[in-house]
Write a protein that binds this ligand. Structure first.
Ligand code: ADP
Length: 449
């Protein structure tokens, strides 16, 4: 049974139970509000009226009289039998009945039976007939009316409740059907671009649909990034593989002298080294991103570490560039040494690769607030504003640098991962043709210096 139908039936059942309870309640109240024996009560009401009659300065005090009380109707006549006051009830007009004091009579009007009771009050100057009338089955009569009304109205209420609950639950659950349909279509068609895009429906469902849409969007981006990564990785590995194979082929067919062989082996070694570096970098960044390897942070002297890293740094190509360092002493920070030396190496290597011939690369370490800030500045080719947000993506390289330098495009992606692992950040400021400054910032804990 669907949740929709279950909910509808439950609501309808509850309305039925509540109606039954109300009915029982009304019947009980009715039973207690009407006297057990109507005839006895009739006499009581008439006698009450008789004792309350007052005649003052030629007229009766009608205010004291009770014309109707719990099913009993009273009429008042003068000694000539003229009606003075009565409850306005057409089917209870018994004015034609002769007065008969102190006897309870049974009279009929239409198909109903009544008890009639007369009482004469002698006021000396005048007299007053009080006539009380009550239905013989007044109690049963009202009960019957209530039951008859219930039988007529209850089915209508139940039908309206059922249809209303079905309508509301259909509207409530419709978005879920849409969410399921979208999830199925994404699954079946393998198309992550589909969205639920729920415009109408209850607030909670809209929130649920929006959460799913955000999840689909994130999944789409992740899958796209993975697809891009796989295609780029295979593309990057294909070039050195092709060179190695071509070199082997050439050596087999053409190489004759030991020098020819040496040259071929040299080419193969270069490409092999390039592949090995690429795989190493790929593994490194994947480990960082997946968190499969633990990189414990150790509190030690960052100033000393950076000074040493700068001294040990050997650029792949010097191109007349000089390295200038400005390192603030005694900066204590928690960091992972092997990752931090990777950061210094990648940033300095880029400074040399994309720096100006005979120019400079500046390495600075300062403390700003509670953060340690490493910055690497060069006066080289710079990066366009448009490219500045892309350089952090894996395998991304500016067209010119890809052709000229043959890097992997993984260095900065790794620097960014390392910054995040230290709870820090990395940013770039650059002007095309003038140079770039990379700023790597990690928190060193404790209060601001
Ligand atoms: P790679 O240097 O191996 O290509 P990176 O991830 O280190 O990969 O850098 C990505 C790209 O960012 C580079 O290809 C280059 O276009 C650009 N880039 C990085 N550092 C600099 C820099 N100092 N000056 C100019 N461009 C840079």
């Amino acid at each position: 049974m669907s949740a929709k139908l279950r909910l509808t039936l439950w609501v309808t059942f509850m309305v039925l139970v509540v109606s039954a309870m109300v009915l029982v309640f009304v019947l009980v109240i009715n039973r207690h509000s009407l006297p057990e024996d109507p005839a006895e009560y009739l006499v009581e009401v008439v006698m009450d009226n008789a004792s309350d009659v007052e005649f003052d300065r030629g007229s009766f005090e009608w205010n004291e009289m009770t014309v109707y009380k719990r099913g009993v109707y009273c009429s008042f006549y003068n000694t000539n039998g003229d009606l003075l006051l009565s409850a306005d009830k057409e089917d209870m007009d018994f004015s034609d009945e002769p007065f008969k004091e102190n006897t309870i009579r049974t009279v009929t009007s239409g198909d109903k039976e009544f008890y009639l009771y007369d009482r004469y009050v002698d006021m000396e100057v005048t007299g007053l007939w009080i006539r009380g009338v009550v239905m013989t089955d007044s109690h049963v009569g009202i009960t019957n009316v209530i039951l008859r009304l219930t039988v007529m109205i209850l089915p209508i209420i139940l039908i309206i409740t059922f249809l209303g609950a079905l309508w509301i639950s259909s509207r409530t659950f419709k978005p879920i059907e849409k969410i399921v349909a979208t999830a199925n279509s994404i699954n079946d068609a393998d198309d992550l671009t589909d969205r639920i895009n729920l415009k109408r429906g209850p607030k909670e469902m809209k929130q649920l649909a929006r959460a799913f849409d955000r999840m689909f969007e994130r999944l789409e981006k992740l899958f796209e990034a993975e697809r891009q990564f796989t295609s780029d990785a295979s593309h990057e590995l294909r070039t050195p593989t092709a060179v190695i194979l071509a070199e082997c082929d050439r050596a087999k067919r053409k190489a004759k002298t030991p020098d020819d062989y040496r040259e071929s082996i040299g080419h193969i070694e270069t490409q092999g080294q390039r592949m090995s570096d690429l795989i190493e970098e790929l593994l490194g960044i994947t480990r960082l991103q997946q968190g499969t390897e633990k990189y414990p942070l150790k509190k030690s002297d960052l100033s000393e570490f950076i000074t040493l890293s700068a001294e040990e740094f050997v650029p792949s190509e010097k191109r007349g560039i000089r390295l200038e360092t400005e390192i603030e002493d005694g900066i204590e920070c928690s960091f992972n040494p092997s990752l931090m030396s990777r950061v210094v190496y990648n940033l300095l290597q880029n400074g040399y690769k994309y720096g100006k011939e005979n120019g400079y690369v500046q390495l600075r370490l300062t403390k700003e607030g509670g953060d340690a800030v490493i910055s690497v500045k060069d006066n080289g080719i710079g990066i366009s504003e448009e490219d500045q947000s892309k350089i952090w993506q894996r395998f991304w390289q500016a067209d010119s640098s890809r052709v000229n330098e043959g890097g992997s495009g993984l260095g900065l992606a790794m620097v960014k991962e390392i910054a995040e692992l230290h709870g820090g950040s990395v940013s770039v400021e650059s002007t095309l043709g003038e140079g770039s400054t990379f700023t790597f910032r990690i928190p060193c804990g404790g209060a601001a210096a």
